[in-house]
Write a protein that binds this ligand. Sequence first.
Ligand code: AMP
Ligand code: GLY
Length: 423
Amino acid sequence: MKVLVLGGGGREHALVWKLRQSSRVSQVYCAPGNGGIAEEAECLPVDLKNVESIISLGERLKPDLTVVGPELPLTLGVVDEFTRRGWPTFGPTRAAAQLESSKSFAKEFMQRHRIPTAHYAICDSAQEVRAALTHFHAPIVVKADGLAAGKGVVIAASREEASQVAGEMLSGKMVGTAGARVVLEECLKGDELSFLVVSDGERVVPLVAAQDHKRVFDGDKGPNTGGMGAYSTPDIIDDRMRDWLVHHIAQPVISGMKAEGTEYRGVLYCGLMMTARGPMVLEFNCRFGDPETQPILMRLESDLLDALEASVNGGIGEVDFRWSQDSTVCVVMASGGYPGAFELGKKITGLDEAARVEGVKVFHAGTTKRDGEFFTAGGRVLGVTARAGDLSTAVQRAYEACGKIKFEDAHYRSDIAKRALRK
Ligand code: AMP
Ligand code: GLY
């Protein structure tokens, strides 16, 4: 089978790496890919912001399966376009992807289907914000309705700050048109959990859970990022909690979407806060998480292709998912300055030494290769991922590998999975 993976980050590197282990996959293409992915798949240029560009790639390759990594092509309707042309494609349609592309859609959907989530208000003007704020106590979460690449959520310490941030979003200054509508939310406390399921439109099968680290600095300080590291262990949640999350969150979403005529296939990423009142949904993503996919797929022992195909064709309940009892952790090495401005083109050394550390796989995110050498080409540069029989050894291996990799102004958190280790 010929498989095409759309995207060029660490998540897509992990997808390519895992798909190549399938005996039924003969060829893997990745578009646009990155320096590291090019070692394992044929990388092709594409403009993921442009559906025509993606369609013409599809016409050239006629892939037996396309896997869409990032949210943007999904919300532009790539799955609709490919499916209409008879090209099997993994992921939700544009209408179903609204669960991620519109936070107000997701909130109202959750309210209709009694899915636990924070109290909220949807506002289209500064006046509506001021009126709604009287019902909230600080801190207050202010969210841009549309896609904002992780920059659309601010936790305001006071009503005044919330009002100011909401005003900046509404005016278009902060995140452009994504902020033309804002969602105010009560601020939830607890541990975050990334709970991903695969659905065929009818049923769901959970993947092993993971925890992301969204803030840029140690101790969860500094601004939010796309994710600075993630881990997964066999006991991150127990079987009872997993079943609860399926029955009270993931399955009701899939059944509700079907009942409303927007059948949802693909990965549903439930971003949860495990609060004293029980698990609550912070957000849905309509795709695999990045960096969660790296530690999650490292624990998958069965064939990923079986799961992706069953999502497209039906029968996800019959797929044999087998998971390793190992623990895995991914530490993201980023460019200095990320998630703000950063420079590109820094030479990366030590990748071979890092890959020789036991249990380690270095997934590339923002890298490019020139004349046999790797250079930085994005904010998140590498996802140094390690596995071991216990979390503490996995963490030690990941950091040993990080220590061998050098590029100017490299930055990474030194406390990924630390809270879990303390427990
Ligand atoms: P979202 O894009 O909605 O997941 O928000 C990004 C991050 O903001 C989440 O991973 C949380 O760390 C934080 N966040 C979002 N909503 C809330 C909330 N209601 N309470 C507390 N933190 C939140
Ligand atoms: N790591 C969070 C995300 O993929 O959105």
